[in-house]
Write a protein that binds this ligand. Structure first.
Ligand SMILES: [Cu+2]
Length: 491
């Protein structure tokens, strides 16, 4: 459990390291093109990735239509102060530019691969035609272009993200910098616009002193740990910054959209001295806000929270990630049980605002009736394998009919967590280890803890095709912990 002394000691250590990093000279332009990340005494403000040119620019003038251009290309830029890395970037940025959409938008992304290797762009969590899913079955070769085309259905307002999904190379391409957020808004959003919005994309990395990414050889001890755990980094980034500062005013309510874009790290988020109002997850808002002390967010999951400015003017606190034991005992990192600071939440000196009222009802979530299920599937996740098999592009692992409602029982039979992701279709969790889920929510990924079973209900309402099912620990996915669900039309 949390101990305040440990947290504060760690915060101190992180701040000390932060100061060391800041006192090194800045040698190179930052991802947003500015040449300086601040003086040694200045805080690093949280980079907003939902403002100005950090959006993908919509070049369409037709209402309800979004045309954007996206390029993946090698860049030479500083991810940490004082040293440049050979990164891969979307439109020259790490994280990539945010794609902002409305429900109902018809979207075309003109994508060009300028990388020296094949890639794809997967639109994680979206409902779209199979040829725009960006799965490993649909690589974009170097120098090639592909147009991803999809329409955002009503009810899909929420926070999503995009990332490469090429066969066997997802870990390295995401690690080198290819990931970005998607925000989908609803015309009838129940949360007041006066709740100022922040988008926080979480990622981690290991970078050597010469700027190269620390990818290990499988034969080394660390290589074995990376193979088992998935590659975790000691550097924790929020929007590409390490322990940035986010400003809030006493009494203010902020709406945070948080994406876990890390390859394998599971975050257990908490703000010291404050509770959170959890209002949404992968597929958007809940029916009602839920007050919580902390939120676990596994790889590829998203959360929406309301942060209420309950602190006093001039004070500050910290958003941290608390210890979360997803590991087998023999490969736990040495510091796994230490909390880590992610950002400083600093209260401005302005006098407190009178807090606004948070709506008690957000939006209805349709009920999927288990009595309508035409099949119950068992999915067994073992270390590196699904249903006792490695991924094979030419094999269909599960066949389902278009329009069918099914119950999936996802068993994790080994001693570490595996987050399960289904492409193309959102689902609702029924129960975890037999304990009914307390309320309905739309999900596309669910963490299945060690030796546990999660049951969910899903309807294959549209979009026939071959969809990926896989563990979202990127190393596991690359190792072949993936299968194919084929949704077929009625004969
Ligand atoms: Cu896994």
């Amino acid at each position: 459990m949390r101990t305040r002394t440990v947290s504060l000691a760690l915060l101190f250590a992180v701040v000390a390291v932060g100061i060391l990093l800041l006192t090194r000279p800045s040698l190179s332009p930052t991802p947003d093109g500015s040449s300086d990340r601040g003086s040694p005494t200045a805080d690093i403000p949280l980079s907003s990735i939902v403002e100005g040119d950090r959006f993908m620019r919509n070049v369409s003038t037709e209402p309800g239509t979004v045309h954007v251009a996206l390029v993946a290309a090698p860049e030479h830029m500083a991810l940490i102060d004082g040293v440049r890395s050979d990164v891969y970037a979307f439109n020259g940025r790490v994280p990539g530019p945010t794609l902002e959409l409305m429900e109902g938008d018809r979207v075309t992304v003109r994508f060009r691969n300028e990388l020296p290797e094949p890639t794809t762009v997967h639109w994680h969590g979206l409902s779209l035609p199979i040829d725009s899913d960006g799965s490993p079955l649909d690589p974009v070769e170097p120098g090639e272009e592909k147009h991803y085309t999809f329409t955002i259905p009503t009810g899909f307002a929420g926070t999503y993200w995009y990332h490469p999904h090429p066969h066997g190379a997802t870990t390295s391409q995401v690690t080198k910098g290819l990931y970005g957020a998607i925000v989908i808004r609803a015309p009838d959003d129940p949360l007041p616009e006066s709740f100022s919005e922040r988008l926080l994309v979480l990622s981690d990395n290991r970078i050597l002193s010469d700027g190269t990414f620390d990818f290990t050889e499988p034969t080394t001890a660390q290589g074995q740990i990376d193979f088992q755990n998935g590659r975790e980094g000691d550097l924790l980034f929020v929007n590409g910054e390490i322990t940035p500062t986010l400003e809030i005013r006493s009494g203010e309510i902020q709406r945070w959209r948080i994406v876990n874009a890390a390859a394998s790290r599971v975050y257990r988020l908490a703000i010291q001295g404050q509770t959170l109002l959890h209002v949404g997850s992968d597929g958007g808002l809940f029916e009602h806000p839920v007050e919580v002390d902390e939120i676990v967010i596994a790889n590829s999951e998203r959360v929406e929270v309301l942060v209420r400015g309950t602190g006093t003017p001039g004070s500050s606190t910290v958003l941290e990630t608390l210890p979360y034991d997803r590991y087998m005992p023999q490969t736990r990192p040495a510091d796994w049980n230490q909390p880590r600071a992610l950002l400083t939440l600093r209260y401005s000196d302005e006098p407190p605002l009178t807090p606004e009222v948070v709506p008690e009802t957000l939006r209805p979530i349709p009920y999927l009736d288990p009595a309508d299920a035409s099949a119950t599937r068992e999915i067994v996740m073992a270390q590196g394998m699904i249903n006792n098999q490695l991924f094979d592009m030419d094999r269909v692992d599960v066949s389902a009919r278009l329009g069918a409602t099914e119950i999936w029982e996802v068993h994790n039979i080994v001693g570490m967590d595996h987050p399960f992701h289904l492409h193309g279709f959102q689902f609702q969790i029924l129960d975890r280890n037999g304990v009914p889920e307390p309320f309905r929510k739309w999900k596309d990924s669910v963490n299945v803890p060690k030796k546990e079973t999660v049951r969910f209900i899903v309807r294959f309402a549209d979009h026939p095709g071959k969809w990926m099912i896989h563990c979202h620990i990127l190393d596991h996915e690359d190792q072949g912990m993936m299968g194919i669900l084929e949704v077929t039309e009625e004969e």
